[in-house]
Write a protein that binds this ligand. Structure first.
Ligand SMILES: Nc1ncnc2c1ncn2[C@@H]1O[C@H](COP(=O)(O)OP(=O)(O)OP(=O)(O)O)[C@@H](O)[C@H]1O
Length: 257
């Protein structure tokens, strides 16, 4: 049962402190959303959990510090869907998804039967079978987003960090992706997703972590975190928050004065 723990984590980029004193523990079986305004530090925090940016404090995957963990081992334990990735190589979709298996392969070894099965499962779960022969650089933004999600799923890691997995997706595919991430968590994975759509985040996430200017300012259930007061102080908006079923829906009414 995987867990990721942050203990007083700070990240500086250049001369700017981008994440300050962040502490939180994320456990298996959870879909956690990281929300907050543009530039708040969400992606940077996600990247720190993958040891892609240096940090102070401690970040643990189970009991091992990410800063000293061999990169392939970390990649096997925590899959990553980066934000808005550009593709440079004209690979077919199938070959691109295959790259998700790299952390499992010994140097110079080839894809085996187990890898092939994981690739097929990822293609099915991301619903991209119809795209498998296409050249990835020729896909639409939404198609590319689902292919990159499939690559991350192909790792079959116990944890997945997805940075804005809904970007470029139409409403139907947004629901598909959130249901998929929710399903992964129900099946025992830890899923952490950076999200901008607060109603989607509230509907599907078990827990939300709200970040403002590098600091975690709220951490709890969607109803606890998405209060009009928090939305006003963090996003600078007046918002109506209504309970729709079990989750709050957020309507931004305007900039608060
Ligand atoms: N390499 C860098 N050097 C200096 N500052 C950086 C660097 N990369 C990002 N930043 C700054 O760090 C802050 C946090 O950026 P980050 O991408 O983590 O925010 P975010 O919450 O994910 O934003 P968004 O919602 O817009 O994607 C921003 O102010 C950004 O300008």
């Amino acid at each position: 049962m995987v867990s990721i723990s942050l203990e007083q984590v700070g990240v500086s980029l250049g001369r700017r402190t981008v994440v300050r004193n962040a502490s939180a523990t994320f456990r298996a079986g959870t879909l956690a959303g990281i929300v907050g305004p543009n530039g708040a530090g969400k992606s940077t925090l996600a990247r720190a959990m993958l040891a892609l940016v240096p940090h102070i404090g401690r970040i643990l995957v189970d009991d091992a510090e990410v800063a000293t963990m061999p990169r392939a081992e970390l990649a096997r334990r925590v899959a990553y869907l980066p934000q808005g990735q550009t593709l440079h190589w004209p690979l077919t979709v199938e070959r691109l998804v295959e790259l998700g298996r790299l952390p499992h392969l010994a140097p110079m070894s080839r894809i085996g039967d187990a890898d092939g099965a994981a690739i097929e499962r990822a293609i099915a779960r991301a619903d991209i079978a119809a795209l498998r022969e296409r050249v990835a650089t020729e896909l639409s933004g939404g198609e590319r987003a689902r292919v990159l999600l499939a690559r991350a799923l192909a790792v079959e890691a116990p944890a997945l960090i997805a940075d804005e997995p809904l970007a470029s997706l139409d409403p139907g595919h947004q629901i598909d992706v959130m249901e998929l991430l929710h399903g992964e968590a129900r099946a025992g994975a830890l899923v952490i997703a950076v999200l901008h759509d607060l109603t989607m985040a509230a509907r599907y996430c078990d827990r939300l972590v709200l970040i403002d200017r590098g600091t975690i300012v709220a951490d709890g259930t969607p109803a606890e975190v998405l209060t009009p007061a928090n939305l006003k102080s963090v996003y600078g908006i007046d918002a109506r928050v209504e309970l729709a079923g079990d989750w709050p829906t957020v309507t931004a009414l305007g900039r608060s004065r």
